[in-house]
Design a protein around this ligand. Structure first.
Ligand SMILES: Nc1ncnc2c1ncn2[C@@H]1O[C@H](COP(=O)(O)OP(=O)(O)OP(=O)(O)O)[C@@H](O)[C@H]1O
Ligand SMILES: N[C@@H](CCO)C(=O)O
Length: 359
C-alpha cells in the first residue's frame, strides 16, 4: 500500500547575541517534504542496488542550487545514513519526495539544520523506527556538529543546548559517519555505518514572550557557515568570555518576562565571541548595531547576527516596518547591500510528521 506523509521543519536563528553555539529559536519559515512510498518489507542488505533511488523534486528557496540526486542531496543523504545505520540498506520502493523550502540558503536562518532534521525524520519514518526526538537529536548531531540550530528546529521554541563530553570510544564512533557516510561517496557502499552514541545533545526549552517578534533582514548574498566559523579565534581572553556569560545568563530569563525590558535585553544581546570577528563578512553590520537602540525606536528590544549571518535579527514588540526599513537603509548606505525583510514569530511546535491519506 502507498503511504504518504508530510514532514514540516521550521527555520531557526542561532546564538541570539551572546549564546554562541548554545541558544536557538525556531521561527515561522518552513521546509516541508511531501513523501510517498510503497510500504512493505525493507530490502535485505545483499539485494540492495548500489545507487539509492528516489524521485526528488524541489521548489522554493535553493531551487537552482540544490541537487536532486539522492546521493548528493543533504536531506536524502542524511535519511540514508539513518536507515543504513539501523540495517536498512536502501530506500523503499517507489519513493517520491517533493521538498518545498521557504528558508533561504546560507543566510543564517538554519537552512542546513532544517535539511538535516528533515533527513533524520525522513529516515525514521521510512524505516518505521519510531525514534524519540532525543534520539533524533543524536543523529542530527552526527551531521551538524553545533546543537543550536538542529535542537531548535527539532524541538521548537526557544532552546538552550549543550553537547555531552564523549568518551574516547564514543568520540571515535561519532567521527566515523561524517567522514565515511556523508563526506565520502557512501552511496556505493554496503557497509552499515555506526549508530550515534546515545545522549550526545541535551537541551532545555526556555520561556519566550509571544509578543516578541523577530524581524529578519536578509541580505541578498550568502555566507557559508563554514567560512563564518573559520574566521573565529581558537581561544579567547577571560574578560570577553565573562562578558558573554553575564549577558547569556540574563538573556535566557529576560526574553521570558512580560513586559520585556528593552534596556536589559538590548544590553544582554551584546556579544564578544563571534560577531566582532564576523563583521567584515557583512559590510554595514557595526553601523547597524550602533544606530538602532531602544531609544531610537520604541518597541525595539535588541539586534544580533542570526546564526553565522548574514541575516540580521532584530527583536521587537512594535514598530516592525520602521525598524526593518532603518536596518535596510543602513546596510545599503554603509555597506552597499541590498536586502529583503520578513516578520517571523516563534514556532513552538518544532519539526513534525503528519500522515496524509493515500492518493
Ligand atoms: N533544503 C535543502 N535541501 C538540501 N540542501 C540544503 C537545503 N538547505 C540547505 N542545504 C545545504 O546547506 C547549505 C547551507 O548551509 P549553511 O550552514 O552554510 O547555511 P545555513 O544553514 O543557511 O546558515 P546557518 O547555519 O548560519 O543558520 C546549502 O549550501 C546546501 O548545501
Ligand atoms: N552557532 C553557529 C550557528 C550557525 O549555524 C555559528 O554561529 O556558527
Amino acid at each position: 500500500m502507498t503511504r504518504r506523509v508530510r514532514i514540516t521543519v521550521p527555520c531557526s536563528t542561532a546564538n541570539i547575541g551572546p549564546g554562541f553555539d548554545v541558544l536557538g529559536a525556531s521561527l515561522s519559515l518552513y521546509l516541508t517534504l511531501d513523501v510517498s512510498w510503497l510500504d512493505g518489507p525493507t530490502p535485505a542488505a545483499t539485494s540492495v542496488p548500489v545507487t539509492p533511488y528516489a524521485q526528488v523534486t524541489y521548489s522554493g528557496e535553493g531551487t537552482k542550487d540544490v541537487s536532486l540526486d539522492p546521493s548528493q542531496n543533504l536531506i536524502t543523504r542524511t535519511a540514508l545514513y539513518v536507515l543504513r545505520s539501523q540495517g536498512v540498506m536502501a530506500f523503499p520502493a517507489q519513493l517520491s519526495i517533493h521538498a518545498h523550502n521557504d528558508i533561504p540558503l546560507g543566510r543564517g536562518l538554519g537552512s542546513s539544520g532544517a535539511a538535516v532534521v528533515a533527513g533524520v525524520m525522513l529516515g525514521d519514518v521510512l524505516g518505521g523506527f519510531n525514534m524519540s526526538k532525543d534520539r533524533m537529536l543524536d543523529y542530527c548531531l552526527m551531521v551538524e556538529r553545533h546543537p543550536d540550530n538542529v535542537a531548535a528546529a527539532l524541538i521548537g521554541g526557544f532552546v538552550a543546548s549543550y553537547l555531552r563530553e564523549l568518551s574516547p570510544e564514543d568520540t571515535e564512533a561519532k567521527s566515523i559517519p561524517l567522514s565515511e557516510t556523508l563526506d565520502h561517496p557512501m552511496m556505493g557502499k554496503r557497509d552499515k555505518p555506526p549508530q550515534p552514541p546515545h545522549g550526545i545533545g541535551h537541551y532545555i526549552k526556555l520561556n519566550w514572550q509571544p509578543e516578541i517578534k523577530a524581524i529578519a533582514i536578509i541580505p541578498k548574498f550568502e555566507v557559508a557557515t563554514a567560512k563564518a566559523r573559520a574566521v573565529l579565534p581558537t581561544s579567547y581572553d577571560r574578560p570577553d568570555v565573562v562578558f558573554n556569560f553575564q549577558r547569556l545568563a540574563v538573556l535566557t530569563s529576560a526574553l521570558g518576562r512580560s513586559p520585556p525590558d528593552a534596556d536589559l535585553i538590548w544590553q544582554a544581546m551584546q556579544d564578544k565571541i563571534h560577531q566582532p570577528y564576523r563583521k567584515h563578512l557583512i559590510p554595514g553590520l557595526p553601523e547597524v548595531f550602533a544606530t538602532i537602540t531602544p531609544k531610537t525606536y520604541p518597541g525595539f528590544l535588541g539586534v544580533c547576527l542570526s546564526g553565522a549571518g548574514p541575516t540580521i535579527l532584530a527583536l521587537a514588540v512594535d514598530n516592525f516596518e520602521q525598524i526593518a526599513a532603518n536596518v535596510q537603509q543602513v546596510l545599503k548606505n554603509t555597506g552597499g547591500i541590498d536586502s529583503t525583510w520578513t516578520l517571523l514569530e516563534l514556532e513552538a511546535r518544532g519539526a513534525h510528521v503528519q500522515d496524509l491519506l493515500p492518493q
